[in-house]
Design a protein around this ligand. Sequence first.
Ligand SMILES: [Zn+2]
Length: 210
Amino acid sequence: MSVLPSSVEQVINEFSRLPGVGPKSASRMAYHYLRSPNKDATKLASALEEMDREVKNCKSCFNVTDKEECSICSSQLRKKDKLCVVEEPIDVVAIEKSGVYDGMYFVLGGVISPAEGIGEEELRFKELEKRVKELLEDIKEGSILEIIVATNPSLEGEATSSYITDLFKTYLREKRIKITRLAMGLPTGADLEYADRLTLKRALEGRTDI
Ligand SMILES: [Zn+2]
């Protein structure tokens, strides 16, 4: 028999589903909200609700936004001849922090991982092809579109990178695009989101053709 009211247990369960949060921290978080005098729990609940309601995927790059098209895709200041392909929206934040990238993004939604049952169909490759076509129409004739593959330096990230190269081999042959990969220096198996600013800046500046 549990000594906790079921509503408290429910909150602990929800918190313990968060990444990096174990049952102990989840309890501590729940008690923090129970003790808080300022209706903090209600504020948290309504902030989460608002996020759920307002945030969607950008129609062009699939980053999170509260508009049809995100602020990067709709900006006149961003270069349309560079497209950085990342796994998740959080990677966009990491690369933006490096301060050296002024192109477009595309969020794949993950990487190909047979072990986890994630195949090509689960990711946004069709949408990526469509976006590449759009950008090729947008940029000046004769200019080359650079696709920067910024998947994490893991086995799955590499496999996904090869898949992208394969996907665009016709464009590559026609020299309408070139594909580059972030430079090494990022430790294998590391997550882009945890890489520090300087490492990411160097990885971007030293990117190489594949
Ligand atoms: Zn966008």
